[in-house]
Design a protein around this ligand. Structure first.
Ligand SMILES: [Zn+2]
Length: 177
């Protein structure tokens, strides 16, 4: 601020009085930029926040499918997808009888479920554990950890191949639905 004296001199309070508002302005700009960073998160943070929503949708879809399989026996209702492999070849694939097995399992008929698809029923707890582990690691991944080990996939494929061969052999017909 300029202070003019009656003798015409100007007091040297101009610099400190001008600097103060300038510094305040600079601080305000800095504060605004920080506020902007917190209000508008980067794209990466947004994708992490969207993950729980996708897992919730996936969980609801699984619950809906299980409910339909529980109330509508796949052995009686024809709106379920049919097996292309069985339609083409007449041979049982590793998944044949899977939906019927889940229906029997949901109603507490474990032996009937085992007869329809023993591989699925035996591996179901493993699938559930792998699914929960996969979801947990995706939601909060530990640093440097891979979300899913391929050894499980190869083990499952090998088991499914052996199961598919066996259930189509007359000696192991009890493995076919
Ligand atoms: Zn099949």
């Amino acid at each position: 601020m300029c202070v003019a004296h009656p003798d015409g001199s100007i007091e040297a309070r101009i610099v400190p009085n001008l600097q103060r508002p300038a510094m305040t302005h600079a601080l305000r700009v800095e504060d605004n930029s920080r506020a902007g960073e917190t209000c508008v998160p980067p794209r990466l943070e947004a994708s992490v926040k969207r993950k729980p929503a996708w897992f919730a949708v996936g969980g609801l879809a699984v619950v809906a499918m299980v409910t339909v399989i529980f109330w509508f026996n796949p052995a009686q209702y024809r709106f379920y997808p049919f097996c292309f492999f069985y339609q083409l070849t007449g041979l049982q694939c590793p998944g044949c009888g899977g939906l019927r097995a889940i229906h029997q399992l949901l109603h507490g008929h474990v032996l009937a479920a085992l007869h329809l698809n023993a591989l699925l029923v035996i591996l179901l707890p493993l699938f559930a554990w792998l699914g929960i582990r996969f979801a947990a690691k995706k939601l909060s991944p530990p640093p440097g950890a891979r979300p899913f080990s391929t050894k499980w996939l190869w083990l499952f494929l090998a088991l499914a191949a052996v199961f598919a061969v066996l259930r189509n052999l007359p000696a192991f017909a009890w493995l076919a639905p």
